[in-house]
Design a protein around this ligand. Structure first.
Ligand code: SF4
Ligand code: SF4
Length: 416
């Protein structure tokens, strides 16, 4: 698909790069069959191919319309389209660049900018998020049911395994997890400990950069990435063997550091090294389990049927769905069939806040399919998906890491 860049854009790096990505598309439309927004909205302009056409128009016309922006904003950035594309179009990068070019052409309406800025500030500031969480927890008992379900439960204190092994992996603290689900990382540390690997809290409690990246603040995203790299680097030089995040959305962002900082003279090489060390916990633990099977307490009766919600980031970016499923089966679980497994649950970073109606529609559809196989509970691998599903699920929704860590035999937990 040829692109003749508008003269106003010939000096824009983002436009030049976006044009090259658009040109790799042969507009076959194979990607539409897996696109959740095309499935729900039934509009070609809400399919990957349609959005690529819109980005091309903006690149050639030099000016995007409000309609172009709306269709691009409808995208979940789930990257399901990348998995179906025979031409290897890097759609995930293209949608970010397309948004950036459009923002360079004309700024968003005030209300859009204010909402996005508020979400970025709240979610990436630990003190602000802590305050918001405390207010939510104290008001929760007095809220009407519909609002009460929107407030996540107050988490219990979660103890990490002591870092005592020579083999080390590094963790990302993240922004939401330490406040709402500290048990996810703690469970990861306990599991790794059994395999003789210590999980080191090396990053300083910051965000991976994804929220800023997808909410029109690419420079703030880069600042977060550099800060994490600086925190990890001394440990990398001392021989840490992997970087893990218990949240697949963050893991997908970490995997992209090399690409996102490729033009940064001071960080490009370090960022590429960091990306090469990122593993999903499923991938890392599965390989450890191959070497040494994990001993677990037996499953209680009636607990073996699990519905596994595969986050888009696990399937389409980290490509580690099979490894997590293998671990769950090794641990004795039966995975119930889930229809439309490729469909996003509607969480998608800040999508549930920015597009609540569409997000709810995707959530109901996902829950219906997850519950159809009559599981005893639902598990997933991404904090956003877990909190989003739990709002409406009649069953417990948790992280697979916690589920397995809870079955570690007591006598081996003296250190925990
Ligand atoms: S599958 Fe790939 S090449 Fe075909 S239309 Fe979609 S993005 Fe373009
Ligand atoms: S990223 Fe997801 S929602 Fe966006 S076009 Fe691709 S498949 Fe559709």
């Amino acid at each position: 698909m040829r692109v003749d860049l508008h003269q106003n854009l010939i000096a824009s790096d983002a436009a030049i790069e976006a044009a090259a990505l658009v040109e790799s598309c042969v507009h076959c439309g194979l990607c539409s069959s897996v696109c959740p927004t095309y499935e729900v909205l039934e509009n070609e302009l809400d399919s990957p191919r349609g959005r690529i056409y819109l980005i091309r128009e903006a690149l050639q016309g030099g000016q995007a319309t409000a309609t172009t922006r709306a269709h691009l904003d409808n995208c979940l950035s789930c990257k399901a389209c990348e998995t179906a594309c025979p031409s290897g179009v890097q759609y995930g990068h293209l949608i970010d660049l397309g948004q950036q070019v459009i923002n360079e052409q004309q700024s968003r309406p005030f209300w859009h900018r204010a909402t996005r800025s508020a979400i970025r500030t709240l979610m990436t500031s630990r003190p602000a998020l802590n305050t918001l969480a405390r207010i939510g927890w104290s008001l929760k008992p007095y809220l009407p049911q519909r609002l009460r379900s929107q407030v996540p439960n107050r988490p219990q204190h979660a103890e990490w395994a002591e870092p005592k092994h020579a083999r080390k992996a590094l963790s990302l603290s993240g922004c939401v997890q330490p406040v709402f689900t500290p048990g996810h990382d703690a469970a990861l540390s306990l599991l790794l400990d059994r395999f003789g690997v210590s999980l080191v809290k090396a990053s300083d409690g910051g965000c991976c950069g994804a929220l800023n990246q997808h909410l029109d603040a690419p420079e703030a995203a880069k600042a977060a990435m550099r800060r994490n790299i600086d925190a990890w680097w001394p440990h990398i030089e001392l021989g840490a063997e992997a970087i893990l995040s218990s949240s697949t959305g963050c893991g997908a962002q970490l995997k992209d550091y090399g690409y996102l900082l490729r033009d940064d003279a001071n960080y490009a090489l370090k960022a590429a090294r960091v990306s090469s060390m990122v593993r999903d916990p499923g991938e890392f633990i599965n390989a450890l389990w191959d070497e040494k099977p994990l001993s677990l307490k037996p499953l209680a009766e009636g607990e073996e049927r699990l519905a596994f919600h595969v986050p888009c980031s696990l399937r389409n970016s980290l490509r580690a769905k099979v490894q997590v499923e293998t671990i769950l089966r090794r641990a004795g679980y039966t995975l119930t069939p889930v229809k439309e497994e490729h469909m996003c649950c509607g969480s998608a970073g800040a999508y549930s806040l920015l597009q609540p109606d569409r997000s709810e529609e995707l959530l109901s559809r996902k829950l219906k399919h997850l519950l159809q196989g009559k599981p005893s509970r639902v598990v997933s691998a991404n904090v956003g998906c877990i909190m989003h599903l739990q709002k409406s699920s009649p069953l417990d929704v948790g992280h697979w890491l916690e589920l397995i860590a809870m079955r570690l035999p007591k006598e081996e937990m003296a250190h925990a």
